[in-house]
Design a protein around this ligand. Structure first.
Ligand code: ADP
Length: 635
């Protein structure tokens, strides 16, 4: 009986062993081969707890940077969920208890792998409710001022990456940059957490500011009044923007708006402690400040270590300090803060590039162009000087040549001139002889009336003829005078009249008729009188030459003046054979002549003279003869 019992027991034990082995093998086999579709690595569940609200500054930036950094550093997929300790705005303990219940309920199935609390209020919340909030889940207190962390309330599961908020360093920075500061307005809100800061700041800053500057808080004022106040601060004021969650009237802010609006109206420079506050609409002077991007790296590193299983309380990292001082160049300019006041090693941001940095190649190009241009200008100036010198010399030559030409013209006119002088001289002689005969036929003391009358007429004739002769000589001398080129205001008609007077006496001897038609009004031009006379004389002498073959009654030279489009025009026409069409230009060339004893310089000189008067001379040929036209600009 006992043997069979023992045997039955042995069989039963063997059966149990076989079942157990089977179960073990099947469990082991299942674990070794995951079914298809099963997730190999479960995401780590991380809970972010924000102070006040998810978008509150500056934690919104701190949490965003930490989140990005955590995703970058984490070897596992992450499921980050975010909640806000809204109750921190008003310290409503009943609501807070309900919030704890809510969080508990939310993660009852699967507690989070890690809780990260951002900012003082969230840190205080998790510390107070540590026992109720997933006591086994590790917690990381981030972006919290080290003074806000109660070490006695930290459990084994808690780690801290605190920040050291050094208000003294911030205030010293204000006084260093603006030593004249008399008033520091500290902008902070009126929520319980914010109010608790005020007392602490008064305590810490009191000794630093003593006798130097007054510290003012507007926490009890509605925000609109704060705006009015910062727009009308006394000289030597500075504004330190701490935060503005809840204003004196209970209105809740928290985003970038309050600082932006203060920046828009403030009449004093603004300082703050966190670079995340600065964006397109807000500028601060700068100084030692937190940089959330820099702070995110150690924070995320601690979070990863905890998720890896390291004991949270064993992780000790130094608190995050202000990053190296940085300053906004635009604000330094605006408030006239010299760069020499900045602490050594400071970085200057937003410096506007100098014109050279911005437009270096354009400036270089412009300079090069200017240099080339300057070179060209100096070459041109030199050239201009040389041309002027050449012009003066050529004018001098022209004057000399014209003078010679006048001599040659005078030479051509010798016959007429001698006739002009001989005629009055002959008349004088005849009259003198007559007078002598009268005087001889009468005894000198007997005065016979008819003879006296006769004698008077004779004497008058002598005087007239003498004047006529000396007038010819005077005109000749004035024409042959060697005078420098000189532009004066003259009436072209007057010049023509003078030349006519000179020529009319010759006209008789040369047997030609000289007619003229001058404008009634004067034709003022800037000209050298003698040279203009010479031009007219040359044209007339050429006309006389051209008409040599004409019957005496058909030797007519006509001089005419007119006013044409701002020019004074003079034309000299003759009744000669005219000029061949192809020679109309050539006749002005030097040494072009068709005359046996001609020099071919008369028209060339006339052209040079007219061009030096900024005028133009041209020739036309008609069936009736040649016409020369001279145009001079009216003065
Ligand atoms: P020159 O009188 O010494 O020949 P000019 O320069 O005065 O020199 O004249 C050049 C040439 O122009 C003359 O030889 C002549 O052939 C022609 N010429 C000038 N004036 C007239 C004119 N009024 N009629 C016809 N030909 C003329």
């Amino acid at each position: 009986m006992a043997a069979s019992y023992t045997l039955r027991m042995k069989r039963l034990i063997n059966l149990w062993i076989a079942i157990a082995a089977f179960l073990l093998i099947s469990i082991g086999g299942t674990a070794a081969q995951p079914r298809s579709g099963e997730v190999a690595v479960q995401p780590k569940q991380v809970l972010f707890l924000h102070s006040y609200g998810q978008n509150f500054e500056p934690w919104v930036v701190w949490s965003r940077e930490t989140r990005n950094e955590l995703i970058r550093q984490s070897p596992w997929p992450l499921d980050i969920q975010e909640h806000s300790v809204v109750t921190a705005r008003n310290d409503d303990s009943t609501a807070e208890a309900k919030f704890v219940e809510y969080l508990d309920a939310l993660y009852a199935q699967r507690p989070p792998d890690l809780i990260v609390a951002f900012g003082g209020p969230a840190a205080r919340f998790v510390q107070q409710h540590r026992a109720d909030l997933y006591p086994t889940t590790p917690m990381l207190l981030a972006a919290v001022e080290v003074r806000r962390v109660d070490p006695s309330m930290l459990s084994d599961q808690d780690a801290v990456v605190g920040v050291r908020y050094d208000q003294n360093a911030l205030t010293e920075n204000v006084l260093r940059l603006l030593p004249e500061t008399k008033t520091i307005v500290l902008i902070i809100g009126n929520s319980p957490a914010e109010r608790s800061w005020i007392g602490e700041m008064q305590r810490t800053l009191g000794p630093l500011l003593e006798n130097k500057a007054e510290l003012i808080f507007y926490n009890e004022r509605p925000f609109e009044e704060v705006l009015k106040a910062v727009a009308n601060l006394p000289p030597h004021s500075a504004i330190f923007f701490q935060q503005m969650m809840v204003d004196g009237a209970g209105a809740v802010y928290g985003d970038k708006e309050p600082m932006k609006r203060i920046f828009e109206v403030a009449n004093a420079p603004i300082f703050t402690y966190d670079w995340s506050r600065v964006d397109d609409g807000v500028q601060v002077v700068g100084g030692p400040m937190f940089s959330p991007a820099e702070a995110a790296r150690p924070t995320a590193a601690v979070a990863v270590r905890i998720l890896e299983g390291e004991k949270a309380s064993g992780i000790k990292v130094p608190p995050i300090e202000f990053s190296a001082p940085k300053y906004d160049w635009r604000q330094l300019q605006r408030w006239n803060i010299s760069e020499s006041r900045l602490p050594p090693g400071s970085e200057i941001l937003f410096r506007e590039p100098t014109a050279w940095e911005r437009y270096s190649w354009q400036i270089a190009l412009t300079l090069a162009v200017l240099l080339v241009q300057a070179g060209l200008i100096s070459v041109l100036l030199l050239e201009h000087r040389r041309r002027r010198l050449a012009e003066v010399q050529s004018r001098q030559r022209m004057v000399e040549l014209a003078h010679v030409n006048r001599f040659s013209t005078a030479g051509e006119l010798t016959a007429s001139i001698s006739h002009e002088i001989n005629q009055p001289l002959g008349a004088i002689l005849a009259n003198a002889e007559t007078a002598a005969a009268i005087l001889e036929s009468q005894s000198p003391d007997v005065a016979v009336l008819p003879d006296i009358v006769e004698l008077k007429t004779i004497v008058n004739d002598i005087v007239r003829d003498d004047r006529r002769a000396s007038e010819v000589v005077r005109r000749m001398r004035s024409l042959l005078k060697k005078a420098p080129f000189e532009l004066k205001n003259v009436d072209l008609n007057d010049v023509v009249r003078e030349t006519l007077a000179f020529l009319s006496s010759l006209a008789v001897g040369q047997k030609f008729e000289l007619t003229s038609l001058l404008t009634q009004n004067a034709l003022p031009v800037r000209a050298d009188r003698i040279q203009l006379q010479q031009v007219i004389l040359n044209l007339v002498v050429n006309g006389i030459d051209a008409m040599k073959g004409n019957p005496t009654e058909d030797r007519i030279i006509r001089i005419q003046t007119s006013r044409v489009d701002g020019f004074a025009e003079l034309s000299v026409s003759d009744r000669g054979p005219g000029i061949a069409e192809d020679k109309l230009k050539e006749i002005f060339e030097p040494f072009f002549t068709t005359k046996q004893e001609g020099m071919g310089m008369g028209l060339c000189i006339a052209q040079t003279i007219i061009e030096s008067h900024s005028g133009r001379i041209s020739a036309e040929s008609h069936a009736s003869g040649a016409v020369f036209r001279v145009r001079l600009p009216l003065a």
